[in-house]
Design a protein around this ligand. Structure first.
Ligand code: FAD
Length: 512
């Protein structure tokens, strides 16, 4: 037990030293500092029933990425005379136990808008306040406080990007605190502390996954990656829809999303770094297509998600169109397991499984294909697959984009469908991306690589890939499937219009 003015700093996201207001307040004037991270077994330990290695909530790539973030954070804390204290169990119970045991005066943690953390934080906060512990929970995972934006908009979140940008203004600057040391960790009482575990310690075998994501977790990696991006003046010319979704050796975008997700990179520091580049350039692109514009998309979805009850489902979600999606597990499985027979779609799904990251337009292609483009499967099913496998999996952004791509909210031009055969070809006519992620097609001649079922048998034999045997036939005919999808979307939109016009909100709830 420590006496004096101890602080407990509870890390969840925000896994960084730079621009970390919770760390700054926790360390200010403290005799001891307890930097804690709680490993929740539900999120981290193996689920034998999952189709890809990992827990029931997260794929192994993201678990590994998180452990790398923790190792790096621990190292950075050690360099400042501190260390990361790893505990295991239900996070609320563990933190409350620590608060009882360590007799701290202050509890600091970054504010989180996700429903999971909102529920968790109420429990911990209530305990701390009743015990006379001061609680500090600053907003630093986003540029803006979503509550402020919603308030400025009369109590409702802005639902268009343009109205969001008008309300937002300029974000606060990042903190420039540089630490030479941190207060020491005090006596740990009977708290059961361990070092950062390896994936093996968590119960994963060596042969669990043959290829891991090339992106390594941690603040040090994040800052290095940011630096590299900012050196390249392409930041000033960044124009989102023009990037090449099939570029995988050198991706067309920053790949900073997993670092933002875990808070290894401060969004305010990222924003400021881009502004610094702009200052040195005669001209630069503008939102919504610029790199600053991308950060604002993130903010937009965070605000919409925070201000919309049931944002992560169709039923009971007032901004989501009610669409009679098909319940077809076979089609869902073919999509998830990269067996649709459309090489462009399947290669993207392999990249998701192996790397946990794909380019934005690649995400567009597979999300459109699963939902309103071809298979007419519920967006929530695709969202679940992304949520588990992406290393940048983010509650607000993932749900927001799935609603967008399925034309359930935000975007309504359901007649504009990505072709699973011609879209990728525009960027990569030789199909190098497909050949890399689907090696079974590596010898398929270029004229058939996007539609291998059209290749004559002799060509298939020569390419060592018989369609229907070595690689599947397409699960649908794109022409007829997309026509049928458009028809169903038209009907659903008409019904939504009718319902919204004729029926009260209460009646609508009963209908859902
Ligand atoms: P860059 O283009 O370099 O952009 C920089 C940052 O801006 C990103 O890191 C991200 O934080 C933000 N950003 C970029 N595009 C968007 C966008 N459309 N919406 C919100 N923020 C954006 N992104 C996630 O971070 N997590 C998710 O779970 C996620 N799920 C998605 C699901 C679908 C169906 C789709 C279509 C997109 C999804 N995205 C998600 C958004 C986007 O694809 C990724 O943020 C982006 O591809 C990440 O790569 P990057 O860091 O190189 O992006």
């Amino acid at each position: 037990m420590s006496s004096g003015s101890g602080s407990l700093l509870w890390f969840r996201k925000g896994l960084r030293i730079h621009d970390n207001p919770a760390l700054e307040v926790a360390s200010r004037g403290a005799s001891h500092l307890y930097p804690v991270f709680v490993i929740d077994p539900h999120f981290m330990e193996p689920d034998p029933n999952s189709s890809a290695p990992g827990s029931s909530r997260a794929g192994l790539n993201r678990i590994k990425f998180l452990l790398e973030c923790l190792v790096d954070l621990d190292l950075n804390l050690k360099n400042l005379g501190s260390r990361l204290l790893i505990l295991k169990g239900d996070p609320a119970e563990v933190v409350i136990r620590c608060l009882k045991e360590l007799h701290v005066k202050k509890l600091c943690f970054e504010y989180d808008t996700e429903p999971y953390y909102q529920a968790l934080d109420v429990k911990v906060k209530n305990f701390a306040l009743a015990a006379g512990i001061e609680v500090f929970s600053p907003v630093s995972h986003t540029l803006f406080n979503p509550t402020d934006i919603i308030e400025k908009n009369g109590g409702k979140p802005p639902l268009s990007y343009q109205s969001f940008v008008k309300l937002a203004g300029e974000p606060p600057s990042s903190l420039s605190t540089v630490y030479s040391s941190l207060p020491p960790v005090g006596n740990l009482g009977s708290c059961d502390i361990s070092e950062v575990p390896t994936i093996r310690d968590l119960g994963y075998g060596d042969a669990e996954q043959d290829e891991f994501s090339p992106f390594k977790g941690g603040e040090s990696e994040a800052l290095k990656r940011l630096d590299e991006c900012m050196k390249d003046k392409w930041v000033a010319n960044f124009e989102k829809p023009k990037g090449n979704p099939s570029a995988f050796l050198k991706p067309a975008t920053t790949v900073l999303s997993p670092y933002l997700k875990f808070g290894c990179l401060s969004p305010r520091y990222f924003y400021q770094s881009i502004q610094d580049v702009y200052k040195s350039m005669p001209k630069h692109t503008l939102p919504p297509v610029s790199l600053i514009g991308q950060l604002l998309w993130r903010e937009f979805f965070y605000t919409a998600a925070f201000g919309t009850p049931n944002f992560d489902r169709m039923k009971g979600n007032r901004i989501c169109k009610q669409i009679p999606w098909k319940d077809d597990d076979k089609l869902l499985e073919a999509w998830r397991e990269a067996r649709t027979g459309f090489p462009w779609i399947d290669a993207i799904m392999v990249q998701l499984r192996k790397w946990g990251w794909m380019h934005h337009l690649a995400r567009h292609s597979v999300a459109c294909f699963l939902t309103r483009g071809d298979l007419f499967v519920h967006w929530e099913k695709g969202r679940d697959v992304f949520e588990r496998l992406l290393i940048d999996s983010d509650w607000a952004i993932n749900n927001g984009n799935w609603m967008w791509l399925s034309c359930s909210s935000f975007f309504y031009q359901y007649n504009r469908i990505y072709s699973p055969t011609t879209f990728g070809k525009k960027y990569d006519p030789n199909g190098d991306y497909i050949r890399h992620f689907l090696p079974v097609l590596k010898d398929m001649p270029r004229e058939y690589i996007y539609e291998p079922w059209t290749a004559p048998k002799s060509i298939q034999t020569k390419a060592n890939c018989i369609i229907g045997k070595d690689y599947p036939m397409p699960v649908v005919s794109h022409d007829s499937a997309s026509k049928e999808c458009r028809r169903k979307m038209g009907e659903a939109y008409a019904l939504n219009k009718e319902l919204n016009g004729l029926v009260s909100e209460d009646d609508l709830k009963n209908l859902r």
